[in-house]
Design a protein around this ligand. Structure first.
Ligand SMILES: *Cc1c(COP(=O)(O)O)cnc(C)c1O
Length: 395
């Protein structure tokens, strides 16, 4: 077993070693280190709980109610005896939310992606995937056995070149994210949809970071762009802006029936806990009722970016609540993250293999857990720390 330690040492040498930091995260919004003595409130810039819904009384109440009514677990996969009526309620609400005919729940976004992709394409088929797609998409692609072509990030010309050269006669699937999790930029969805039509491909869009924030009533970027009918497979999670856990695939009724019969991560896994499903239902209802939540988030994000720009940070700050600060070198990104940690501010140093070599970055995610004052202070600290450590950063 010596290879384990040797492998870990190589990770340490390149600055890409990862470790866990246990926290206490309370329902009143406070966070602190699990081993902290006394009061040491932590400010979190690395969570995806964008709308702070994980601590919203509506969600907590709905989850508690479901616990009292149904207990803690589904007890079986849905095709066994675990098919609770509550799942069907959430699927109906989700289909409406996404403006699609039907939706199917999965245990998580990771499970949705590794289940749906191999169900749709296989050996002999071909996938065109944006180079910066999430790891779960790549794992789904590999599991499928289809030929994988990675096109340059958000580059329609390159995608078309790949399609011309590689499309062939077999089934072809284009996969993109509507909002990229590590870069915070949006995909040129209308252009992608045109290419999908021109080259006769299926189109799958992962809305993990857009769901709940963009679009009318938080329905996502596909909805904001009015392209629901162009997207064959929509995926999103309940674990990010929706403050709960689990994921969905939305699309046609036939797609749903097909996945129930074909997607292995759906078939062979226990149904979601009823409390999580009830919280997801409450989240969608809340977002529809209070569109000012996502509006506030986007305004706060704009404010944070303005603070950084006014402090002289170069580059394009991007269109979303995800604000990456490019550092380049992994060791330097970690150094800045450590300085922040000393001040009880959590920000993730995102390093290879999550992002390409030489593009290590600090990923700030703005959430409604932060006040404007928190945002201004963090921007100031970032500029000061990078100067003190002589590290140049940009958007
Ligand atoms: C987080 C994420 C997933 C995985 O979702 P989970 O519910 O956390 O498993 C999938 N795709 C993208 C783009 C993500 O950011």
């Amino acid at each position: 077993m010596d290879f384990l330690e040797r492998w870990l040492q190589r990770r340490r040498d390149t600055g890409n070693y990862r470790r866990l930091f246990p926290l206490e995260r309370f329902a009143n919004g406070q966070i602190r280190k699990a081993d902290a003595a006394g009061d040491s409130a932590i400010l979190d810039f690395s969570s995806n709980d964008y709308l702070a819904l994980s601590i919203h009384p509506d969600l907590i109440g709905a989850a508690r109610n479901a616990l009292n009514l149904y207990g803690t677990g589904a007890g079986a996969a849905r095709l066994m005896s675990g098919d609770l009526q509550l799942y069907h309620s959430l699927e109906e609400v989700t289909a409406k939310f996404k403006n699609q005919e039907a939706a199917l729940l999965f245990g998580s976004g990771y499970m949705a992606n590794i289940g749906v992709i191999p169900a749709l394409v296989g050996r002999g088929d071909i996938i065109f995937s944006d180079r910066l797609n999430h790891a779960s998409i790549y794992d789904g692609c590999r599991l499928s056995g289809a030929k994988l072509i990675r096109f340059h990030h958000n580059d329609l010309d390159h995608l078309e070149k790949c399609l011309k050269e590689e499309r062939g006669q077999a089934k072809a699937l284009i996969i993109v994210e509507s909002l990229y999790s590590m870069d915070g930029d949006r995909c040129p969805l209308a252009g992608i949809a045109q290419l999908k039509d021109r080259y006769g491909c299926l189109l799958m869009v992962d809305e993990a970071h857009a769901t709940g924030i963009f679009g009318r009533h938080g329905g996502g970027i596909i909805q904001e762009d009015g392209l629901e009918s162009e997207v064959d497979v929509t995926m999103g999670t309940f674990g990010k802006a929706l403050g709960s856990y689990g994921a969905y695939i939305a699309g046609s009724r036939t797609l749903k029936k097909y996945l129930i019969n074909r997607a292995r991560s759906f078939i062979y896994s226990t149904g979601l806990p009823p409390s999580a499903v009830a919280a997801s239902l409450a989240a969608i209802n809340l977002i529809k009722k209070e569109p000012e939540l996502s509006q506030q988030l986007l305004e706060n994000s704009a404010y944070f970016k303005k603070c950084l720009q006014e402090a002289g940070l170069p580059g394009d700050p991007g269109p979303s609540q995800i604000v990456p600060m490019m550092v380049g070198d992994s060791h330097q990104a970690v150094k800045i993250a450590e300085e922040f940690r000393k001040k009880n501010i959590l920000v993730t140093a995102v390093r290879p293999p999550t992002v390409p070599e030489g593009t290590a970055r600090l990923r700030f995610s703005v959430t409604l857990h932060q006040s404007r004052q928190n945002l201004a202070n963090a921007a100031e600290l970032l500029v000061k720390t990078s100067k003190d450590l002589s590290v140049s950063i940009s958007f």
